[in-house]
Design a protein around this ligand. Structure first.
Ligand SMILES: C[S@@+](CC[C@H](N)C(=O)[O-])C[C@H]1O[C@@H](n2cnc3c(N)ncnc32)[C@H](O)[C@@H]1O
Length: 386
């Protein structure tokens, strides 16, 4: 039986050793874009403990946070994709991993011609607490008794507020490869809340991790070797997506799912998935007479705000939903119907978001609209439509 705290210590020990010497059996092999690997030093590439490549979903100019960055491989790939106008921050709790990553950052910077990567020490379930700042303060005021322990607790809280390791609403994309499963069960809800907190509105998480096809029984969860080897802490395929939903994300989808399990333990399949989840469905809803039509192919869909829509029907939506659907991951699935007369945002009334209602074309055009026109030749390539 291992206690929660010792799970984290076991993980730290295992990856401290893995930073010094390539550890076998730590997560599964991944194909990275070979063009990005050329500038990354061998010791970084050799210590690859990832299970997927979220970096391939990044774009130029983005600010990226890599959770559990290890020796920095995903960060160094991301640095090249986001370019000199982008920024990459790696967070890890293991000193030995940070040491390898930080030592190699200037080497990569010199080879690509710019420095846009930094590595910070923290626990990914507590992204506000800068562990190096806390170390520094505790050296000045060591914990020697209960009173100083309580003072240290207050100090940590003050650091979270005044000097957060990762500020709220500051990141475009949170990525991670094979780390979330290593966080102890009681901290997992806080971990997903933290990912949500640090993302900007409109930002997204792209996470590769190991998931299981069945719930992992307690005796496997208490096996230290399996825990630190990315097995026992795996959420189920369904539970992984639900965790993002519970934290307030929307538009959650599986980008990649390995058909072949990476490992099987006592009949349970463990495989790598990469998922994407968006932040930004929260906010006020205003009525601007807009409508959307779900294009299909499914007969009906239900979004993360419980809007249920049948294919081909014209639904009234609020301005917020309308604009969310105009962006990824929904854009290609909808047609957008603007009212004939625009309702300015500052004159718009509150919209009842809980109601899903059809919007009659007369509402879009206005009750008295009665135009009659000649056929529009632009839609017929010069021939006849009918
Ligand atoms: C399986 S390795 C993956 C490393 C890296 N993402 C890669 O692709 O090679 C897990 C990494 O996450 C770090 N880690 C595990 N749990 C963590 C936590 N709660 N907070 C911060 N780092 C953590 C470990 O120190 C280790 O570097």
């Amino acid at each position: 039986m291992i206690e929660s705290q010792s799970k984290e210590s076991i993980v730290r020990q295992r990856y401290a050793a893995g930073a010094k010497k390539r550890g076998e059996k730590l997560c599964c092999p991944v194909d990275y874009g070979s063009e990005y690997l050329k500038v990354i030093p061998r010791e970084v590439i050799e210590r690859d403990y990832g299970c997927g490549d979220p970096s391939r979903y990044l774009r130029d100019g983005e600010t990226v946070l890599d959770l559990g960055s290890g020796t920095g491989k995903i960060c160094f790939i991301a640095a090249q994709i986001v370019g000199p106008n982008g920024k990459v921050i790696g967070v890890d709790m293991t000193n030995e991993m940070l040491e390898v990553a930080r030592r190699n950052a200037p080497v990569v910077a010199e080879r690509i011609g710019y420095a846009n990567v930094e590595f910070r020490k923290g626990r990914i379930q507590d992204l506000a607490l800068d562990l190096e700042k806390l170390d520094h303060e505790l050296k000045k005021k060591p914990i020697t008794d209960a009173a100083s322990f309580l003072r240290a607790d207050e100090l940590a809280e003050e650091l979270r507020v005044k000097h957060p390791l990762i500020a709220t609403d500051s990141i475009d994309v949170v990525v991670s490869s094979c780390v979330l499963n290593l966080v102890e069960p009681r901290s997992k809800p806080q971990l997903f809340d933290e990912i949500f907190r640090v993302l900007k509105k409109g930002g997204r998480a792209v996470i590769s991790d190991i998931v299981s096809d069945e719930v992992v029984p307690e005796e496997l969860q208490n096996d230290p070797e399996l825990w630190s080897g990315c097995i026992s802490g795996a959420l189920t395929e369904e539970g992984f997506l639900v965790a993002f939903e519970k934290a307030g994300f929307y538009g959650i989808q599986i980008l990649k799912r390995d058909v072949r399990p990476w490992r099987m333990v006592e009949g349970i399949e463990f495989r790598s998935v990469t998922i994407e989840a968006f932040k930004g469905k929260q906010g006020e809803c205003f009525e601007r007479n807009q409508a959307v039509i779900y294009r299909g192919p499914f007969k009906e869909v239900l979004d993360d705000d419980n809007h249920r829509m049948e294919r081909g029907k014209r639904y009234a939506v609020c301005d917020k939903t309308y604009n969310l659907y105009k962006k990824a991951p929904y854009r290609a699935r909808f047609e957008f119907v603007d009212p004939l007369v625009e309702v300015p945002l500052d004159q718009a009334k509150p919209f009842d978001c809980l109601r899903t209602a059809l919007r009659h074309p007369k509402e879009t055009k206005g009750q008295n609209y009665d135009a009659t026109t000649e056929a529009d030749n632009r839609c017929c390539d010069g021939g006849s439509c009918c």
